[in-house]
Ligand binder design. Structure first.
Ligand code: MG
Length: 347
């Protein structure tokens, strides 16, 4: 078995929280002529972060050289335990291989009878973006960077441009509980459907108060690191929904377990990726396609230049790629190797 880790730096479709470039690692695990793909892309507030993930992946990268998984390997891989992102990347690559060997799609390997596409929301900055997404019935706005009156005006403008749409907001934990309550009430008047992490992670009592007094459904995102956080949120009746990023949770299998537990408890489940390439996005699509119901997820494209092509979002749905395994082939990645910067050879 050969493991390769290649760092990438690719342009985002639109700036997110001031960032224009997405950096991460694509992981390829080769065995018996097959290649499985995974990805680690860290984002502030989630997982172990870039430094820990780089350290966990470094022995596998070796500046582009492969690391042979044999007893006399020149550098034994370090434990992956310190980084859920690194674990998730390696796990996805192995799941991709397992599904290829079984001759089924990764979605079908993860769950029986997966859907062929996943309903998606579109991330918009303002009303002008709405028309770029025909067929999309759920829009999401990031708020919390600007003064509240400006954010509120932006939400109002999107509401006016899409009067029948479901609106989701993401605060990324930037509001205090005291600020969140009147703001959530104002958003309730605009028919906002769901607000992700309105208050800082780690304060479930505060989130529960904001939820009950604000009158808008709220989701746990940064505050969900594993099963214990879900248990605590359920016990305090703090949330209506969970947002799941598989790599921050240690991989697709852990995320799938959490998703099914959350759904069984009556919570809405939103699978998202962390502004990842086609590799991570295809893994998240495979997970979402087999979950109960037909959840509206955050799985549209995030990058202006990607490492591979996935089928375009159409009619508010992201189709899964065809083929066995992840459906994102090495050939496609090889063909785009010029855009993966800072890495070593793919050969
Ligand atoms: Mg979020």
């Amino acid at each position: 078995m050969t493991v390769r880790v290649v760092p990438y730096a690719l342009p985002l479709l639109a700036p997110v929280r001031g960032r224009v470039t997405r950096r991460g690692w694509v992981v390829a695990v080769e065995e018996d002529g097959l290649v499985g793909w995974g990805e680690a892309a860290c984002w502030p507030g989630f997982g172990a972060g870039a430094r820990a993930t780089r350290r966990a992946l470094r022995p596998r990268a070796s500046e582009g050289r492969s690391t042979e998984d044999t007893e006399d390997a020149p550098r034994a891989p370090r434990p992956l335990g310190a980084s859920p992102e690194a674990r998730g990347a390696l796990e996805q690559a192995h799941l991709d291989l397992a599904a290829q060997r079984a001759g089924v799609s990764l979605a079908a390997w993860l769950a029986p009878a997966p859907r062929a596409s996943v309903a998606v929301h579109a991330l918009v900055a303002g009303p002008d973006d709405v028309e770029r997404w025909p067929g999309v019935t759920t829009f999401k706005l990031k708020v919390g960077d600007a003064p509240w009156p400006r954010d509120l005006a932006r939400v109002r403008a999107v509401r006016a441009a899409a009067p029948a749409a479901r609106l989701r907001l993401d605060v990324n934990g930037r509001w205090s509980v005291a600020d969140a309550i009147p703001r959530l009430r104002a958003l309730a008047d605009l028919g906002v459907d769901l607000v992700e992490q309105p208050t800082p992670p780690g304060d479930l009592a505060g989130l529960a108060r904001a939820r009950s007094e604000g009158g808008v459904r709220v989701a746990l995102d940064e505050g969900l690191r594993g099963e214990d956080d879900l248990d605590a949120a359920l016990a305090t009746r703090a949330i209506d929904a969970v947002v799941l990023k598989s790599q921050a949770l240690g991989g697709l299998l852990a995320a799938g377990r959490l998703a099914r537990r959350a759904a069984a408890a009556g919570l809405e489940v939103v699978v998202t990726h962390a502004l990842e390439t086609a590799v991570g996005r295809a893994g998240a699509l495979a997970l979402a396609a087999g979950l109960p119901g037909d959840p509206v997820c955050g799985l549209g494209p995030a990058l202006a230049v990607d490492v591979a092509d996935l089928p375009a979002v159409a009619g508010g749905r992201a189709p899964l790629p065809a083929g066995v395994g992840l459906g994102v082939t090495g050939a496609a990645l090889d063909a785009r190797r010029g855009v993966v910067t800072g890495g070593g050879a793919w050969s």
